[in-house]
Design a protein around this ligand. Structure first.
Ligand SMILES: *Cc1c(COP(=O)(O)O)cnc(C)c1O
Length: 373
């Protein structure tokens, strides 16, 4: 793109995704305060929940975060170039083809089975080095981690099975930490404590964002928040102690008056019950505006909610601004996620969770990172 083209693009007011990286730092400090004296590790898997690994890692490092979790090996490698000295845990573990890269990038695998423990231990012996590892114990997710029978084996033969390894973390993961009243939380807590009592002494971690809010018993030595850092509510239905991080906004493209009885959008799913003022904006499901928001969600104009009417299409959505006071015209700001419509409001209206809204955020919208309030 030459300079003239670049200026033309800059002048066009496209959708803008604002990321308040200062709020990520503030949320990290809030997590530290709530989890004190437990260590707070930053979970930055999936490009930091779609927000952008580089700016998020920079904000967290600056806030004093020195321990991170990623899911994929590639995510760990990308983070290593940004965080040279940090501890980086890789949740996917140590599959055989991951081993060389885990070692050369100094990444710590979260070992999810006896087979992975055996492979990592064998690597330590052949390379004649002591290798760090976290070990994941399943307490009820039945997804990854040592099953009860494997735990028994490990406990009985830990000296042999862990030879060459230094376990730096025993960890597990809660299934229902978003629901403080779920009985499952206490069940998993008890299972985790029982497991720890069977194993050699090492730091332990049970809680992600939701668990931080379950009380002291759930904190152990380290907590692993993700969604809390990005402003999602770890326990929807209760007040959110964390600050909003993302704002998605664009300009109204067109406003039209439509008579009673007309329909809106594909498949004509919304019929106007009164003469209405409709506005259309250039954001659609290709921008992470879930199609399940059709006739369900709302946007905000002048700080007033305006319901989404008809189907969300790929590039456009239409909303009813009849009840928005004052004038509504093309060029005006419309908020999709922000002060009036929270991330969790959007998730609820779309019949999903804040996590999926974030990881689906538009790659078309221009991104602006704000590191000061
Ligand atoms: C994703 C993940 C987290 C972070 O969860 P949040 O609910 O976003 O805080 C922590 N631990 C594990 C094992 C995870 O997979």
């Amino acid at each position: 793109m030459d300079r003239a083209d670049d200026e033309l693009v800059t002048d066009f007011e496209a959708a803008c995704l604002t990321v308040r990286t200062f709020a990520i730092a503030a949320n990290f400090r809030t997590a530290q305060r709530l989890a004190s004296p437990s260590v707070v590790a930053g979970v930055v898997k999936a490009d930091a929940y779609g927000i952008g690994l580089t700016p998020v890692a920079e904000a967290l490092l600056q806030a004093g975060c020195d321990t991170f979790f990623v899911a994929r090996l590639e995510e760990g490698i990308a983070l290593r170039t940004l965080a040279r000295r940090a501890r980086i845990f890789v949740l996917d573990g140590a599959q055989p083809d991951m081993v060389p890269a885990l070692i050369s990038y100094n990444l710590t695998p979260v070992l999810n089975s006896l087979a992975e423990i055996a492979a990592w231990s064998a690597t330590a012996r052949t390379t004649k080095t002591r290798l760090d590892a976290a070990v994941h114990i399943d307490t009820g997710m039945n997804r990854l981690g040592l099953a009860a029978s494997e735990l028994k084996t490990l406990a009985a033969e830990h000296a042999r099975l862990l030879s060459g390894l230094r376990v730096v973390l025993w960890m597990s993961h809660l299934a229902c930490s978003d629901e403080p009243d779920a009985k499952m939380n206490a069940v998993q807590l008890e299972r985790f404590k029982t497991a720890l009592a069977m194993l050699p002494e090492a730091p332990a971690s049970l809680s992600a964002s939701g668990g931080i809010l379950l009380g002291k018993d759930y904190l152990f030595d380290m907590v692993r928040p993700g969604i809390a850092l990005y402003g999602g509510n770890p326990q929807p239905g209760f007040a959110n102690p964390f600050q909003p991080v993302v704002r998605l906004a664009t300009k109204i493209m067109q406003v039209r008056a439509a008579p009673k009885g007309e329909t809106v959008g594909y498949s004509a799913t919304h019929r106007l019950k009164r003469p209405s003022l409709l506005a259309t904006a250039a954001l659609g499901y290709a921008d992470g505006i879930f199609r399940t928001l059709s006739n369900s969600g709302a946007v905000a104009v002048n700080g007033i909610k305006a319901p989404i009417v008809g189907r969300v299409s790929m590039d456009l959505l239409t909303f009813d601004v009849t009840d928005v006071p004052g004038t509504v015209a093309a060029g005006q700001d419309v908020e999709l996620i922000g002060e009036t419509i929270s991330l969790d409001d959007v998730a609820t209206a779309a019949n999903t969770i804040s996590y999926e809204i974030l990881t689906s955020l538009s790659r078309r919208a221009r991104r602006r990172y704000e590191d000061v309030p």
